[in-house]
Structures are given as structure tokens and as C-alpha cells.
Design a protein around this ligand. Structure first.
Ligand code: GLC
Length: 686
């Protein structure tokens, strides 16, 4: 059951597609409202799930999270805001319910930080729509019918938590579905600088029999970082390169940035200025920000006409044979604003010749560092939303969403029969209908491997199913063991991409000497593909979750509810990756009897049934261990070096079930936008 409440006069975000009737605030269940803050008393046992892309745990208790899309390349435990703003929470306590705070403004969630037993939610402008969602028992019945295999197999139906997520997702609309090839392995680097370098990556992968489906192009494929242009010196044969690699089963996926370079003669710039499509300053002049190309303007993604215009620009690359993109810097990230830069030059001049004591010095030192993503800058430019001048900070969290929407809407027009790969860095709930996300600039840290795992279910709740982190880590130097361990998690996640920054150690698997262990782990991805794709599609088409915390399946098990380093992937599989350097294994918690399945070189080397409880499991670097749930089946393909090699008809069934048990395998052509759950399902019986 969903109840809607409106506070003040909030801006429309278009996150919610079907709006229930408004209730009076006096009828607000569970929460207290003091005119400024929503609050909830929590007991010791309550768990708070959700908040999508954020640091810390699957259980969000004990920190303050601020929804404010931020370019945060140095994030760590202390960080309050990452690239996305996902205001959905799930309270699992004596009462279990979901909350969605729909507003483009900044929202602060104090989840038991100030007082351990109190949740406090404050919206900057005080204007928002609130949705309170409780498990609908009647809907749970139909959910039971819909979720088929899972409920058939364990005979349980959905937990309240799963039911609430399903209801919430019904409100915000179906999640984005990428083409099937986007479930293959992707290799990225900032940047592969030339056509030759791209060919070399493909060659190395094939030579080592490392499977590969995508190579990503970072900003250097463009002519001086100008969107929708090609650097013809470095990529003279761009179109041929695209075709040649596609022939080998490898798609090129270029980046598109939010900022448009200010340059006379550059069509995107000139058209944007001529039509008034860029964000303006208080005086009505195009606002100047610094990003990769230097001085840029920001397309007014919140203006319908400008958004349509920008989206149509992707056609330039679609016409060259490109079938997928990643949208970047769309928080939007500002290296500087010209306004602030000039102020800073003046200010720094004042320090010249001064005898700087500690306070002066630190102030002086801090000023240039504070230039990027400077808060005041976000209050210095405006959008034109249906003829209304709206200051950017009021709608900040929608910018990345609407940039990706601009592309998504254009793709529907330009390629009505074909799925185009799209994922974004910044996002807000609602964007999940147009693209996936990657989780931004992480680091080659073991702690970020674990954070990757923890974030996945929170993102899924909010509708972001096609997601993943930069495997191996973006910033800092990666080591062989870190990459192997991270891939052993990454092969279970929908977006599988190894990406790294230009100043770091090379991170392609073949850069670390012997490739055998990498080959085994990546080959396993292709063996798992029919299962992973089925589970993804079932989650997308039935508003379910692909990656779940254990507490969602075993809500009555107090230990399972507290597990922060294991996940359920689809209905049959539980994973427990190693995330510590030099560890040769780890402790795994089994809420019930399960079958341990061990892989080496993508081949099964062990199948052991283990009783419920804690177990120490050895997991060498070149092995992957997964657990098959009781009553369940895991279909495995024979393998392949690209997605199109994988044969859906020849499957090996790994199972922990009796004769007669069934699995619902989903398949389709992997390309058409038209998808039908029932038509795609085929029962596999033991
Ligand atoms: C941003 C992106 C990163 C990319 C870099 C250069 O930092 O998050 O993925 O490589 O920009 O385009």
C-alpha cells in the first residue's frame, strides 16, 4: 500500500509515473513531522536499507548521508555524498516500510548518527513529496504468482521487504534494459589514445583467449574533448575501426561529457548559443564553467527543447556504427567557474608580500583546492523550465538524470527497434528508466571492492539494475591479486568493466604476467551468462532485485540480517567474495543448508553440501566459489569468448534439488526493445 503526502510546493522530478492520491499530513504513519524534519524512533534491532549510491554499509545506520550529486573522486568512509541522489529508504524493524522523498533539492538523512535511535530527514527547501510504502499482502499474493521459480521452489512468497521494493518500483517504472552483449566483459582506460592502441587491446585479449565484448573510449577519442567530434589525427579510420572490431565481436563505447566546449565554429556550441540552449547566469549570459576542454557551457538539460536537441546529437556517433555510450561529468562537475576563478586571482594577489601565519597560510592554500565543485557556483546559474527561470541548486540532482534522459528519448526515436547501451555517472531515481550507472571514480583499494558489493542491493532497490563499479579501481595502482579478487565479484554483476585513470599502473589483465587465472575467472562469466541474464531480465520485468542482501530472503534470521559481505545473486546463487589482501579464504555464513560449488579455470572442481551456520572456506586467488541454494538450479553454459558465442541450448545444470525441480530460464534476441517475460521464459526441469 502506498500513501502519498505533499509538503510545500515541490518541483516535479518525473521520478514517479503513477501518482496515488494525496493524503493529509495529519495522517502520516510511522513518522513525526515538526515542520522541518521528519523523524522516526528506531529500536536497537532496526535495520535501515536503501539510499542507493552511498558509502558504508548495506545497513545504513550510523552515518549522515546527503543527497547531492557530487563529483567525489576521493571518496572514502567519511564522504556524505556520491554521484547519485537516491532518496529511497527501507526500514526493517517492528514495523517494516519504505520511504521515498521525491525532490530535486538536497536531502539530509541522519540515520542514527546524531542519536543512535533516531532517523532524521531534512529537505533543504522544505518542499517535497513523500511516499510511505507498506507491504501489500494482497499484492504479495499476485507477487507470488509472478515471481514463479523462486516461490515455486521455496514455497514462501516474497518477504515484506521484497514486496515493498516491488511496490516502489511499480511507482517509478520499469528499469532500463541494455543489449545482451553489454553483459560481456568490458575493458576501459583513460584513454586508449589511438586506433592502434584500441586494436592492440583487442588483439591482446584475443591472443590470450580472454573473453571480451566491449572496449571503452574515454575523452581522448574526441577532438580536444568536444562532444560528438572525433580526433581524426589519432583515429583517422574511426568508422572502419568500429566495423572491424564489431566483426570480432567487440563494441566500442565512447564517453559523452556534460560540458560543451566554447569554440567559434564548433557546431554544438554555435547551435546551443543561437537557440539559447545553455544554462545562463543571473544576467542572462551563458554561464562559463571549466571542464576537460577548458571553458564550457552546460546544456540546459531541464529545458525540453534543449534536451531534445542535445539527445539528437548522439546520432553523429550512432551513424558511425556506435551502439553504446557512457555519460560523464553530469553532476554537473565543475573544475571551476570563470566567475570564481577571477575572484580567486584577485584574492590570491592580496596575499603577495604578506607575512603568512598559520591561519593565513591555510586559508591561502585551501582556496585553489576549493575551486572545483564550489557550492556557490551551483547557485550562480539558471535553467529555463517551461519559461520559468529556476536557479540550478533547486534542481541540481536532476541534471545527470535529464542528460541521460535526453539520450534515452533520442534513442527511442532514432533506434526504435534496438536497445542502445547507456549508463551515466550522476543519477536520480527516474533515470533508471533510461540507463544504468557506474559508481564513479573509486580507487584500487580493497575497501572499495567491499563497498562495491555493499552498494549493489541498495542501487537495485532504487531501480538501478544495470550497474557496476570500475573493477580493479579507477584511481591508484592496482595489483594482480586485487584485480583477480575484484573480478571474482565483478563477474556476478551486470556491468562488468575494468577501468582505470591515466596516471595509474596499466590494469588490463594481460599486464600482470601469466593470464591463466584471469582467463578462468572471465570465462566463468560467460558460463554464467544464461543464468545472470535470466535473473537480470526477471528482475527488470517483474520489478524485482537482482542482487539482494541475505536479510531479504531470511528476514527472521538475526544473523543473516546482519551479513554485510555476502549477496544473493538471483534466486539460486549466494556469493561470498574475498576482499582482503593476502587472505586465502574467508568465513561464510549459510542461513540454511547450501551446496558449495568451486570453480577453477571455469571448470567445477568441487561440489559439497554444507550445513547451515558459519564455515571457513578456502578460496585461492585463481578460484571462484559460489553457493547454490537448496531447492534451486544453476544452469551453466559451456562458455565463449564473446556473448554471441554462448549457446543457450547446451546447458549443464548444477543443482541442489530433487528430481522435478524447475528453473525458469529467460532468453530473447538481446537486441529488441520489445520484451515479454512470458514469451522469453522456458522451464528447465531436473
Ligand atoms: C571522470 C570519469 C572517469 C573518466 C575521466 C576522464 O573522472 O569518472 O571514468 O575516465 O573522467 O574522462
Amino acid at each position: 500500500m502506498i500513501k502519498r503526502f505533499v509538503f510545500g510546493n515541490p518541483m516535479e522530478t518525473e521520478a514517479v509515473l503513477k501518482k496515488p492520491q494525496i493524503n493529509s499530513i495529519e495522517m502520516l504513519p510511522h513518522l513525526a513531522w515538526d515542520g522541518e524534519t521528519l523523524s522516526l524512533q528506531m529500536s536497537e534491532e532496526d535495520i535501515v536499507y536503501g539510499l542507493g549510491e552511498n558509502v558504508r554499509g548495506i545497513n545504513k545506520r550510523g552515518w549522515v548521508y546527503v543527497s547531492n550529486c557530487s563529483d567525489a573522486p576521493h571518496h572514502h568512509e567519511d564522504t556524505h555524498s556520491l554521484y547519485g541522489a537516491h532518496n529511497f529508504l527501507l526500514i526493517d524493524g517492528k514495523e517494516t516500510f519504505g520511504l521515498f522523498i521525491d525532490t530535486p533539492a538536497k536531502v539530509t538523512f541522519d540515520v542514527g548518527y546524531t542519536k543512535y535511535d533516531e532517523l532524521r530527514i531534512t529537505v533543504e527547501d522544505g518542499a517535497f513529496e513523500l511516499y510511505v510504502i507498506e507491504a501489500d499482502k494482497k499484492a504479495a499474493q499476485s507477487g507470488e504468482e509472478q515471481s514463479r521459480a523462486e516461490n515455486e521452489a521455496d514455497g514462501q512468497g516474497l518477504s515484506d521487504l521484497e514486496q515493498i521494493v516491488r511496490e516502489f518500483r511499480g511507482l517509478i517504472g520499469r528499469s532500463y534494459i541494455p543489449p545482451k552483449w553489454a553483459f560481456g566483459v568490458g575493458q576501459s582506460r583513460w584513454s586508449y589514445m589511438t586506433s592502434q592502441e584500441v586494436r592492440e587491446v583487442a588483439r591482446q585479449y584475443r591472443e590470450h583467449h580472454l573473453p571480451l565484448d566491449m572496449i571503452y573510449l574515454d575523452i581522448d577519442y574526441m577532438e580536444r574533448y568536444k562532444d560528438f567530434t572525433i580526433n581524426r589525427e589519432a583515429f583517422p579510420d574511426f568508422e572502419e575501426l568500429v566495423a572491424e572490431l564489431k566483426e570480432q565481436g567487440v563494441r566500442l563505447v565512447p564517453i559523452i561529457d556534460a560540458g560543451v566546449k566554447v569554440e567559434e565554429g564548433y557546431d554544438v556550441y554555435e547551435e546551443g548559443v543561437a537557440n539559447g540552449y545553455f544554462c545562463k547566469d543571473a544576467d542572462g549570459k551563458e554561464f562559463v564553467v571549466g571542464v576537460w576542454p577548458g571553458r564550457c557551457h552546460l546544456p540546459d538539460m531541464l529545458n525540453d527543447e534543449a534536451r531534445h536537441w542535445f539527445g539528437r546529437k548522439y546520432k553523429v556517433l550512432l551513424d558511425m556504427g556506435i551502439e553504446g555510450f557512457w555519460n560523464d561529468m553530469n553532476e554537473p562537475a565543475l573544475f571551476y567557474s570563470e566567475k570564481r576563478l577571477n575572484e580567486l586571482f584577485d584574492k590570491l594577489g592580496e596575499y603577495k608580500g604578506r607575512n603568512m601565519g598559520v591561519d593565513d597560510f591555510f586559508e591561502f592554500q585551501h582556496m585553489p583546492l576549493a575551486l572545483s565543485n564550489y557550492e556557490e557556483d551551483y547557485r550562480s546559474f539558471y535553467h529555463n523550465i517551461n519559461g520559468q527561470k529556476v536557479r540550478h541548486d533547486k534542481v541540481h540532482n536532476l541534471f545527470g538524470y535529464y542528460m541521460t534522459r535526453s539520450a534515452g528519448e533520442a534513442f527511442e526515436e532514432l533506434e526504435p527497434d534496438k536497445r542502445i547501451l547507456m549508463f551515466s555517472r550522476a543519477s536520480y531515481i527516474g533515470m533508471h528508466r533510461y540507463g544504468g550507472i557506474w559508481t564513479g571514480d573509486n580507487k584500487s583499494w580493497w575497501s572499495h571492492l567491499l563497498m562495491n558489493l555493499k552498494m549493489m542491493p541498495s542501487l537495485n532497490m532504487c531501480g538501478f539494475l544495470y550497474t557496476g563499479a570500475d573493477l580493479g579501481g579507477f584511481g591508484m595502482d592496482c595489483t594482480r591479486d586485487l584485480l583477480l579478487r575484484w573480478l571474482a565479484l565483478g563477474i556476478f554483476l551486470p556491468l562488468l568493466r575494468n577501468h582505470s585513470a591515466n596516471w595509474t599502473r596499466r590494469q588490463e589483465p594481460y599486464q600482470f604476467g601469466d593470464t591463466e587465472a584471469f582467463r578462468g575467472i572471465l570465462a566463468l562469466r560467460y558460463r554464467l551468462l544464461p543464468y545472470l541474464y535470466s535473473e537480470f531480465m526477471k528482475a527488470a520485468l517483474a520489478d524485482g532485485m537482482y542482487a539482494r542482501p541475505l536479510g531479504f530472503a531470511w528476514p527472521e534470521d538475526p544473523i543473516a540480517r546482519r551479513v554485510e559481505d555476502q549477496l544473493l545473486i538471483g534466486e539460486s546463487v549466494m556469493i561470498a567474495p574475498v576482499y582482503e589482501q593476502n587472505a586465502v579464504g574467508r568465513t561464510v555464513y549459510l542461513p540454511e543448508e547450501m551446496k558449495l560449488v568451486r570453480f577453477r579455470g571455469a571448470q567445477i572442481t568441487e561440489e559439497t553440501v554444507l550445513p547451515a551456520g558459519h564455515h571457513y572456506v578456502e578460496i585461492p586467488l585463481d578460484e571462484v566459489v559460489l553457493f547454490v541454494r537448496k531447492g534451486h538450479i544453476l544452469p551453466l553454459a559451456l562458455g565463449g569468448e564473446k556473448v554471441s558465442d554462448v549457446d543457450w541450448d547446451e546447458l549443464e545444470l548444477v543443482h541442489f534439488a530433487e528430481r522435478g525441480a524447475r528453473y525458469e530460464l529467460y532468453d530473447d534476441d538481446g537486441e529488441s526493445r520489445e520484451v515479454d517475460l512470458d514469451a522469453g521464459i522456458q522451464w528447465i526441469c531436473l
